[in-house]
Design a protein around this ligand. Structure first.
Ligand code: MF3
Ligand code: CO
Length: 290
């Protein structure tokens, strides 16, 4: 690899001289790498132009979830939610990222009660009073990816389930408070895990967040049972999701053998998840999609 000259154009494609762009960034990154930290590769660092394109994708993802929020309720089938997501996303000339992703057949994931994630919409699944449901949307616009999910409470929900939904939503703020330039990703994971445990809940171990933007799933993998002081360095320009799955009972999960997708809690107790897409900035973070 050739060493980039200080007066050469920066590797990020900004068109600015390296010395005025990512030189200080690389210096900091090299120091951290030499001290043993896991640092992101250049390709994981989003340029301002890429961030702008990803923000446009995220605007659609947010609008689609807003549409779902306005129309969801008892009596709606998850197939209908899938149709809304497909119609609203394509209306904006974008594509639902899950559609045909590794064989996934639908435009959205709809995960009710004990379903942890990757619930497949179906005309046979009708939302009823007392259900809690996660609607997970992801959008591709001009090749750029956004990904976020929200929980919805259908009608009168028990106070136990409502608390699970609220604690899970609050855990995102707890995680976000740990997103700092040059901090470690494990700090986000442990803060969320500690918060969930304090509230009497468990956190799913095998499934977590991910880098996102240029591809649907990029490095880093984001664990919500990680340990403080470990994991990838959150260099400015890194983008990833915070999407903990928090269970009322055991953290153990099972994947449906028949459909190969639907993940349920092993004990059948409820699970909740909220997902946001976050950019690490020079001064903190920016929430890209929610
Ligand atoms: N939005 C989910 C995620 O956070 C999508 C999982 S892939 C699917 O990664 F095919 F199951 F939808
Ligand atoms: Co995701």
């Amino acid at each position: 690899m050739h060493k980039i000259g200080r007066n050469d154009a920066c590797w990020c494609g900004s068109g600015i001289k390296y010395k005025n762009c990512h030189e200080a960034f690389d210096h900091k990154r090299n120091i951290m790498r030499r001290s043993g930290a896991i640092v992101p590769s250049h390709k994981l660092i989003k340029t301002p132009k890429q961030v702008e394109a990803i923000r446009e994708s995220a605007k659609i993802n947010i609008a689609v979830l807003n549409y779902v929020a306005e129309h969801i309720g008892a009596g709606v089938t998850t197939e209908e939610i899938d149709r809304w997501v497909y119609e609203q996303t394509t209306k904006y000339h974008a594509i639902p990222a899950t559609l045909n992703f590794e064989g996934y057949p639908k435009s959205v994931c709809t995960s009710i009660n004990e379903v942890v994630c990757h619930g497949i919409p179906s005309p046979d699944i009708i939302l009823k009073d007392g259900d809690i449901v996660n609607v997970d949307c992801s959008t591709i616009l001009n090749g750029y990816y956004s990904d976020s999910s929200r929980m919805f409470c259908i009608g009168e929900v028990s106070k136990e389930k409502k608390r699970l939904v609220n604690v899970t939503e609050q855990s995102l703020q707890i995680g976000l408070s740990q997103v700092k330039p040059w901090g470690l990703l494990g700090d986000v994971g442990q803060a969320i895990h500690d918060f969930a445990k304090q509230n009497g809940y468990s956190v799913v171990r095998e499934i977590g967040g991910h880098g996102v933007g240029i591809e649907f799933h990029e490095e880093p993998w984001v664990s919500f049972v990680a340990r403080r002081g470990t994991g990838m360095v959150m260099a400015p320009g890194l983008m990833f999701t915070i999407e903990p799955m928090i269970n009322m009972g055991t953290y153990h999960i099972r994947t449906d053998k028949k459909d190969g997708w639907t993940v349920r809690t092993a004990d059948g107790k409820p699970s909740a998840q909220w997902e946001i897409q976050v950019l690490v900035t020079e001064s903190g973070y920016e929430v890209i999609a929610y």
